[in-house]
Write a protein of this length. Structure first.
Lengths: 505, 230
């Protein structure tokens, strides 16, 4: 027989809110306000009639109980914090917990929104015994600070019932488990109200009464559904479960207990998500190159920020600095209620081939530097330059993504055939180089009319091209010097107008 | 007596030239590519530090720096340049344009921030920054960043913006000359200021010196026409 362990998380949403609250409180600053805010009783209400579904200890002390109406609960205390139940969020969270448990146990079935079923039998080959397995599981799960109840069982349904209604029951002995199951009241069973009513009328009170009757007899008196349920509960018929498979993508959503207006306070909740992301990436031996950070604002569209880093990394601290820089440039249109984080692009980690012994004290790589600069200044403000294959001066040079490999090599050769690289020119070369390919190091962003007197030293160089597209030019270029001794690149167009186009710096 | 000197040293009030001499011998200078300038600077530009250039735009200030920039392996960041960089021209000169970063920040504060990031990253070998007035504390911060990342900051400013003294490693004044540039070494860490001397740039860029044009007699017919304006 297969042994199952069921984990029941009764208050996922509440636990998550409390966690966020702790993360929101900055360390060291434990002012009275924060403490009192943390200790305020908190409840989650849901359903069409607004019943209390989850409550914390402070709320329980006030006498609030699960199933109480909202009005009744609110009447107990003025301080009460009320949150609506969010099933979608719980479903998301239970997947996250499953993902976390997947690191130490193999077969996990999701019982959304609040339960997880683990197949223990297979794992006992890896762990010494049941207690070793459980202690590992507890230690692993306690880091997430969710409250949970658990129980073993020889059928999934039995384990679930015991976890939800008995709790903390771990044993491999079938008799112990059986006796615990027999003690449960019939109302615990997930049967339709009609079937429960029938059983009650017959005089059955506990599971023991139900099990006392042979299945054949049950089949004669009750409908087929009940018989099937009982046989599944007793482990006579296999219970179909689909096991969880790890997700290929990282996506997290963190609701905040208190709305945040100051972006500096986002750091700690964000770091929590980034640390989870780091674990996710490290286990898959991947690096992230782009993140999508979503700030859900009150009464406004969510703000979606895309944060890129040319050279991928999995380190949470590096990503946090980039996020900080990005956040310092945005303005919120409303307080932030929740944050979402998603890895938009992943890549294989590439090992850096750097010299181990070279004494360099700066620690950043070029791509890392570009990422930092772009996060703060915007992508447009940080550009690489490349030469393009075009004779028109304004098109011969273009912006490109920083650090990209050199553009297309120029097919045109310099008119004298000698590149200017380094070596001084001989005398006859100098004589023949009057018409060398000479271009200024700076081009004015827009062509300016020439407004002061200049001395023309060299020229003309006629550039007459581009008739095939809409940007044809017909210009005579000259190298000129103005009265301050500045070297300018000027041209005259067909209408004999003079313009300045560049500066020989 | 020795006690007093020690105490002053601890407070950083005494500056000893001997320590600096040691550091210079370790080769923390990069050759400028111009033998004459190297001689005047006793080796070249500092490899890590701030070089203050008081210059007009377009007289050859970039040509002065290009040979040393071309020899570097790391990145060269160009922050708030007066106009767009022309990759075509730089590539013809022999510069690897993929190592260039053109950064155009929105305000002077961001320009200083970007310069500091580039300097201390260790990824840049040199940073060119066009900037106006600077405070002493800002320069000190940039110096520290330059030491951290072992990079050199070339600060290009107009002479009229360069009032007062700043704690820079080297300060040069540039002005146009018929054969190239007039250079004044206004201040040098561990050395004396020097009077103006002329640096001949005509070996590399003959067309961009007045001297070349006054010497060359043969002028294309067409050019003469344009010059006389006919």
């Amino acid at each position: 027989m297969t042994l199952w362990l069921y984990l029941h998380f009764p208050a996922i949403q509440l636990d998550k809110l409390k966690m966020a609250a702790q993360a929101q409180t900055p360390d060291g600053v434990q002012s009275g306000d924060d403490l009192s805010a943390l200790s305020r009783p908190c409840i989650i209400v849901g359903g069409h009639d607004n019943k209390v579904m989850q409550l914390d200890q402070a709320a329980a002390q006030l006498g609030i109980k699960v199933g109480m109406g909202l009005a009744g609960a609110a009447a107990r205390s003025r301080e009460l914090l009320v949150h609506p139940y969010d099933e979608a969020d719980e479903k998301r969270t239970i997947r996250e917990i499953a993902q976390w448990l997947y690191l130490i146990t193999a077969d996990i079935a999701l019982f959304a929104p609040q339960g997880l079923l683990l197949k223990v039998s297979g794992m006992l080959a890896m762990y010494r015994d049941l207690s070793h397995y459980l202690s590992t599981l507890h230690a692993h799960l306690d880091t997430q600070s969710f409250s949970y109840r658990f129980a073993c069982g020889y059928s999934p349904e039995a384990a679930r019932l015991l976890a939800e209604h008995h709790g903390a029951l771990v044993s491999q002995d079938p008799k112990v488990l059986e006796s615990a199951l027999l003690g449960l009241p019939l109302t615990a069973l997930s049967l339709p109200a009609k079937a429960l009513e029938q059983l009650r009328r017959v005089g059955f009170k506990t599971v023991a009464d139900l099990f006392a009757l042979p299945l054949v007899e049950l089949g004669k008196r009750f409908d087929c559904e009940l018989v099937q349920y009982v046989s599944r509960l007793r482990g006579k018929v296999p219970h179909p479960v689909t096991f969880y498979q790890s997700e290929p993508e990282f996506e997290r959503h963190l609701p905040l207990l208190y709305e945040i207006e100051n972006l500096d306070w986002l750091n700690k909740p964000l770091l929590k998500l980034l640390v989870q992301q780091e674990q996710f990436l490290r286990l898959r031996n991947r690096h992230a190159t782009q993140l999508t950070l979503t700030l859900h604002q009150r009464d406004a569209e969510p703000l979606v920020l895309s944060i890129g880093r040319g050279e991928g990394t999995d380190r949470a601290d590096l990503w946090l600095t980039l996020c900080d820089l990005k956040l310092s440039t945005v303005t919120l249109s409303g307080p932030v209620q929740a944050i979402g984080l998603k890895v938009a692009q992943m890549c294989q980690p590439d090992e850096l081939m750097t010299d181990l012994f070279a004494e360099r004290r700066g620690t950043m790589t070029p791509a890392g530097l570009v990422a930092v600069l772009q996060a703060r200044l915007g992508e447009q403000a940080v550009q690489g330059v490349k030469a393009c294959d075009d004779l028109r001066p304004e098109r011969a040079s273009a912006y490109c993504t920083p650090l990209s490999v050199s553009g297309t090599p120029l097919s045109g050769t310099p008119l004298s055939g000698t590149p200017l690289s380094g070596t001084p020119l001989s005398d006859d070369m100098m004589a023949s180089s009057a018409m060398r390919y000479l271009r200024p190091a700076f081009l004015l962003p827009t062509i300016q009319p020439l407004q002061h007197k200049v001395t023309v030293h060299l020229g003309p160089e006629r550039i007459c091209t581009g008739w095939w597209d809409a940007h044809g030019i017909e210009r005579d270029y000259f190298v000129a010097q103005d009265q301050q001794g500045r070297w300018l690149w000027v041209f005259r167009d067909r209408q004999q107008r003079w313009f300045c186009h560049g500066i020989f710096s | 007596m020795s006690n007093l000197i020690e105490r002053l040293q601890r407070q950083d009030l005494v500056w000893q030239g001997t320590g600096l001499a040691d550091r210079q011998q370790q080769g923390v200078l990069t050759a400028t590519g111009f033998a004459e300038l190297d001689k005047h600077l006793q080796g070249g530009f500092p490899a890590a530090g701030v070089v203050d250039l008081h210059t007009d735009l377009g007289i050859g200030e970039l040509r002065l720096l290009l040979p040393s920039l071309m020899r570097q392996n790391g990145l060269t960041a160009v922050i708030s340049p007066p106009a767009r960089l022309n990759a075509d021209a730089l590539q013809r000169t022999g510069m690897d344009t993929s190592k260039l970063l053109e950064i155009t920040p929105g305000c002077p504060q961001e320009a200083l921030w970007a310069a500091e990031q580039c300097l201390k990253s260790g990824a840049c070998n040199s940073v060119l920054l066009w900037h106006g007035e600077l405070q002493v504390h800002q320069v000190k911060r940039l110096q520290l960043a330059a030491q951290t990342g072992e990079a050199c900051l070339y600060l290009l400013r107009y002479a009229h913006q360069a009032q007062g003294t700043l704690p820079v490693s080297l300060s040069l004044g540039l002005s146009p000359h018929a054969r190239g540039l007039n250079i004044t070494i206004k201040k040098r860490k561990g050395g004396w200021a020097q009077a103006q001397f002329a640096l001949d740039l005509s070996s590399r860029w003959p067309e961009l010196t007045e001297h070349f044009h006054t010497q060359s007699k043969e002028m294309p017919e067409a050019a003469r026409q344009y010059r006389t304006g006919r």
